[in-house]
Design a protein around this ligand. Structure first.
Ligand SMILES: CC(C)[C@H](C(=O)O)[C@@H](O)C(=O)O
Ligand code: SF4
Length: 467
């Protein structure tokens, strides 16, 4: 076993060869696929008459295009139906497990793999999806890949990659009430920038992350990519093992003991050398909301929209673009801005603990007049669990719609779309122009609790006022 960071150890353990280009040929332990980025990859395999090398190491789900209201087949959107059929057929032809709608296991790819125990420490995980970083919460090296790389993994179970540098991001101390994992990562990206992580893997360390649940760690790692880091991870610990134990694909019996031993060995060593270290104090993090068109354009909810003279010169052009697009004035408060749509869901914040926390704030309150508010569980299992706990009733009584699982308005590749200039308060991870289905639609990113606060009041609201 090599010494150093978890990243180095896992990388070394999966290195097949060093290629003439200097890149590493890296073995991929788990390959996750969905309907958007896999069809062309399978087509390329067919063209070259290649087979999927290790079908058992690939797992499929459908998430982006599924409607969250009417799931009747054929789907109303013929392109969505075509994508669904292509995935079904590709999986069937190649002997790949496909978690289809209604199987009880379908959901957003980054929600289902952890909940089934497929995601484990020390693994290499790839998926044709940028938010694959999520799985790093378990101490896996997990990253998003493009369609031609999906082809490479299907055909060879390996990828040609250049090794990343590692930046340790330490956050210490207790989060204040009303402050969540989402606020932590929005704060980090605000401070380090959306390109700050380019060329790095982010190791999230320190007592704040140690105290987080696995689902909170997933929220943080999920958005590592929004900070430019191809992957983000947390060293595995007892919290990780407790979460994993007994899940469908977790090792059992003597294998479990062996696995825990290996998982403990792959943690970053105390004397590991990092390419960079950044330290934050949890006490300084407030409920955070984005005001602009990148996830890095975030501020504490009680701050005012930053003015150009407060920011580094290289951020001014994108800020000007953001003021215009978002129709926000620099120097004006974010609190009190009227919203139109409130969305709780996505692979960032669509897990059971997110819904529990949101329900706490929704209970006994009601969505403001004229606001469309809806909750989309991240998976069929999350939905089932939420319903067993009666959370759906709390949401419905409060005036939220309760939907079927999928990516939904995170990306709006399904019928859930903003209309025109509508402004959405969203628990998702991207506020890019046109992201939520209308080319002029606008998005404010925030925690699920803050989305509820916005839904109840009809405007951007500091969730701490509802505690
Ligand atoms: C559709 C998919 C390729 C895309 C991604 O890579 O992340 C999507 O999941 C997103 O969040 O924008
Ligand atoms: S929920 Fe959003 S971010 Fe996550 S995979 Fe789906 S579209 Fe991408």
């Amino acid at each position: 076993m090599s010494t150093g960071t978890l990243f180095d150890k896992v990388w070394d353990a999966h290195t097949v060869s060093v290629l003439p280009s200097g890149q590493t040929q890296l073995f991929i332990g788990l390959h996750l696929i969905h309907e958007v980025t896999s069809p062309q990859a399978f087509a390329m395999l067919r063209e070259r008459k290649l087979k999927v090398l290790f079908p058992d190491r690939t797992v499929a789900t459908v998430d982006h295009i599924v409607p969250t209201d009417n799931l009747a087949r054929p789907l109303a959107d013929s392109i969505a139906e075509e994508m669904m059929q292509a995935l079904e057929q590709n999986c069937q032809e190649n002997g790949i497990t496909f978690h289809k709608v209604g199987s009880g296991n379908q959901g957003i790819v980054h929600v289902i793999a952890p909940e089934q125990g497929l995601t484990q420490p020390g693994m290499t995980i790839a998926c044709g999806d940028s938010h694959t970083a999520t799985h790093g919460a378990f101490g896996a090296i997990a990253f998003g890949i493009g369609t031609s790389q999906v082809r490479d993994v299907l055909a060879s179970q390996t990828l040609a990659l250049a090794k990343l540098k590692v930046r340790k991001i330490e956050v210490n101390g207790n989060l204040k009430p009303g402050v969540y994992a989402k606020d932590v990562i929005l704060h980090i990206i605000r401070k380090l920038g959306v390109k700050g992580g380019v060329g790095y893997a982010y190791e999230f360390a320190g007592s704040t992350f140690e105290q987080m649940s696995m689902e909170e760690r997933m929220t943080v790692c999920n958005m590592a990519i929004e900070g430019g880091a191809r992957c983000g991870y947390v060293n595995p610990d007892q919290v990780t093992f407790d979460y994993l134990k007994g899940r469908d694909f977790a090792p059992k019996g003597a294998d479990w003991e062996k696995a825990v031993e290996w998982w403990n060995n792959i943690r970053s060593d105390a004397d590991a050398v990092y390419d960079d270290v950044v330290i934050f104090d949890a006490a300084t993090i407030a409920p955070t909301v984005t005001w602009g068109i990148t996830p890095g354009q975030g501020i504490a909810v009680n701050e005012t929209v930053p003015t150009p003279d407060e920011m580094p010169a290289d951020e001014r052009a994108i800020a000007e673009e953001a003021y215009q697009y978002m129709d926000l004035q620099p120097g004006k408060p974010m609190e009190g801005i009227k919203v139109d749509v409130c969305f709780i869901g996505s692979c960032t914040n669509g897990r059971i603990s997110d819904l529990r926390e949101a329900a706490k704030f929704a209970q006994g309150r009601h969505v403001a007049n004229g606001i469309k508010a809806f909750v989309v569980p991240g998976s069929e299992r999350v939905k089932k669990q939420a319903e067993a706990e009666g959370l759906h009733n709390i949401f419905v009584e409060a005036g939220f719609e309760w939907r079927e699982p999928g990516c939904s308005m995170c990306l709006a590749m399904n019928p859930d779309k903003l209309q025109g200039r509508q402004l959405s308060a969203s628990s998702s991870n991207r506020n890019f122009k046109g992201r939520q289905g209308s080319s002029s639609g606008r998005t404010l990113l925030m925690s699920p609790a803050m989305v509820v606060a916005a839904a109840i009041t009809g405007q951007v609201t500091d969730v701490r006022e509802l505690i």
